[in-house]
Design a protein. Structure first.
Length: 282
């Protein structure tokens, strides 16, 4: 009884901490939403959390900037994040499955190298990657942003953990006894079992690419290839001479988070499935 009483006493504190964490995460989003509804004159002259009525005017101005260049940036970002995250998830699944379920010479060394790669910030690799791609003439192209995003050490690490936890060895052996080859086993047995984990890998990589700034900033020179982060940075720099651009930047930032929110709401149901559910059903 005393333990239960102590737990009840601690729950308000835990709830308060959770509410503080939620406020810390959501207040910037709320500010962006409110600021995007203000005109350029209201942005710096009115109360921070006081909304206005100029959201649709700001959207129209943003869409009209250089014949809709902003939406080109959004399409580029969707391409980089969608294709990059999908390819990275597939590569992570194959590598993680191999590291979890196969024995081969150098396996521990490979896994340790991947763990070391998790500790290396991506910004450190941006310049070496630029020099490598410049050697083959691939800078200032879509491939300059896509190719480096295909390999994610953290994604491989997560996929290995998910494969070890959700793919029983007995089911793999039964699949081989039934005559299925390695590729068929991977496609029809392993991937469905790892679905929940791979959704997590996809979301992490998608968000990382969507928010990536340094790599495309270094790789790209044509503003028609820019993702949203680099494009909005250019608008922000113009704000020093054209204050009206600050409103466009805030509105563009608000619009750019809508696809991320929609993606999380769409895929969150996969997190409600236990990792071992696939193995039990099979």
């Amino acid at each position: 009884m005393s333990v239960m009483t102590a737990a009840r006493r601690r729950s308000p504190i835990a709830t308060g901490l959770l509410l503080l964490g939620a406020a810390y995460c959501l207040l910037p989003v709320l500010w962006v939403l409110i600021a995007s509804s203000k005109s350029s004159s209201e942005l710096f002259s009115t109360f921070t959390l006081a909304p206005s009525t100029h959201l649709f005017d700001n959207l129209a101005d943003l869409s009209g900037y250089r014949d809709g260049l902003y939406w080109r940036w959004m399409a580029n970002t969707a391409l980089y994040a969608g294709v990059g995250a999908a390819a990275s998830t597939l590569i992570s699944a194959m590598a993680g499955y191999a590291l979890a379920k196969f024995e081969f010479r150098g396996k521990s060394f490979v896994f340790n190298v991947i763990l070391a790669g998790v500790l290396v910030p991506g910004v450190i690799l941006a310049i070496p990657q630029y020099l490598l791609l410049a050697k083959v003439g691939m800078t200032n192209t879509y491939w300059a942003v896509l190719l480096p995003s295909f390999i994610s050490p953290y994604g491989i690490y997560l996929a290995r953990i998910f494969a070890a936890a959700s793919v029983p060895t007995e089911i793999l052996e039964a699949s081989r006894i039934d005559g299925a080859g390695d590729w068929r086993t991977f496609g029809t047995v392993v991937l469905p079992m790892m679905r929940t984990g791979l959704v997590t890998v996809f979301l992490f990589q998608f968000v990382a690419i969507w928010n990536n700034f340094m790599l495309p900033y270094i790789m790209l020179g044509d503003d028609k290839l820019y993702p949203i982060t680099v494009g909005l940075n250019g608008l922000l720099n113009q704000g020093a001479n054209q204050p009206a651009m600050y409103t466009a930047v805030v509105t563009g930032a608000f619009v750019s988070i809508i696809p991320l929110i929609a993606l999380f709401l769409t895929l969150q149901r996969y997190w409600q499935v236990d990792l071992a559910a696939g193995g039990v059903k099979a």
